[in-house]
Design a protein around this ligand. Structure first.
Ligand SMILES: *Cc1c(COP(=O)(O)O)cnc(C)c1O
Length: 321
């Protein structure tokens, strides 16, 4: 339903219920801007101050210490399944257990995890999650987003929520009665008719995921990204540093490369001119994600060779111009 940021807000209406004693939201450092703005605005909306109520964790390993320290005042833990900037994957299941043990609600933004890593949101007891379908799910920018609400909460009609006619129980939706009766589950958070044209690529993409299976895709992805990391280390020593964790369990397909010398933008432009589609983030990070559906070892080889070929002096000139 909707798009990711809209879903984030709709779900926070239900799952971020701050009190004077318990008002903090834990997010990761370098969270996607929309998540940062979204949680900050929710905090303000409830009359609290993000300076006090927003707590950042450095990375996966930092979550436990932060929850130990701040746990009693944390209302919500909201982390990326995979951080969009560093490519680090959070260990979702233990984080949910830790958060719950401290009395917090735990949600995940799985924009960079959906279609990338096998996810068991239900089994891991995640309270709620949101994602978009235009990253690893390949449905095109602006395609309809996704929302997950755990079965435990799906039938809780007492949860405050913003409602719309499309969330009304399907059996009686078209009776158009005055009183809202929610569909059970996440469907009860829908507001409007879905955008049919933009759902078509989502459907086709998900059918392909079903056909191949996420476990198979992930198996290939681990090998291709492992090869990618090895090549970067062998061919680009001193020029590019992988800032994504090395442990395959702590990452998905993406590697984030810190390009030395503040010349990254020029390198990125050169890569684009060679027909290589990756992503540039200030101040010096190139993100590249071999998507196992259509990228393989050869693409990774070409990418690293292209980086290797770009001579440092040309890079510097390009940066100056
Ligand atoms: C892409 C992305 C978004 C933006 O999603 P919209 O559909 O444009 O709202 C938000 N959060 C994360 C982590 C993302 O990767």
């Amino acid at each position: 339903m909707n798009t990711l940021t809209v879903n984030l807000h709709l779900l926070m209406v239900s799952f971020y219920r701050p009190t004077p004693d318990r008002h903090k939201i834990v997010i990761e450092k370098h969270a996607f801007p929309s998540d940062q703005y979204g949680v900050a605005s929710q905090i303000r909306f409830h009359g609290f101050d993000p300076m006090e109520s927003l707590v950042e964790v450095e990375n996966n390993d930092d979550v436990e210490a932060v929850l130990e320290r701040e746990g009693d005042s944390v209302a919500l833990v909201w982390l990326g399944g995979v951080n969009y900037y560093s490519g680090e994957a959070f260990d979702m299941e233990p984080i949910v257990a830790l958060g719950h043990a401290k009395g917090a609600t735990v949600g995940f933004d799985v924009a960079h995890a959906a279609g990338n890593l096998p996810l068991k949101l239900h089994d891991w007891n995640v309270d709620f999650a949101a994602w978009c379908t235009y990253k690893y799910l390949n449905a095109g920018t602006g395609a309809v987003g996704g929302a997950f609400v755990h079965e435990r909460h799906g039938g809780r009609v007492v949860l405050p929520r913003f409602t719309g006619w499309w969330g009304h129980d399907k059996a009686t939706r078209f009776q158009m009665g005055p009183d809202f009766v929610p569909c059970p589950g996440a469907e009860g958070w829908q507001l409007s008719n879905p955008p049919i044209l933009s759902l078509a690529p989502v459907l086709v993409s998900l059918e392909m995921f079903d056909e191949v299976g996420i476990d198979q895709l992930r198996a290939k992805s681990e090998r291709v990204t492992g090869y990618f990391e090895t090549l970067v280390k062998e061919r680009l020593p001193g020029r590019a540093e992988v800032i994504t964790p090395s442990d395959p369990k702590r990452r998905g397909a993406q590697l984030s490369l810190r390009v030395r010398g503040g010349r990254g933008q020029a390198v990125f432009d050169d890569l684009s001119a060679r027909g290589i589609v990756c992503d540039w983030r200030e101040p010096d990070v190139i993100r590249a994600a071999p998507m196992p559906f259509y990228n393989g070892f050869e693409d990774v080889f070409r990418f690293v060779e292209a980086l290797h070929e770009i001579p440092p002096d040309v890079i510097e000139d390009a940066a100056r111009s």
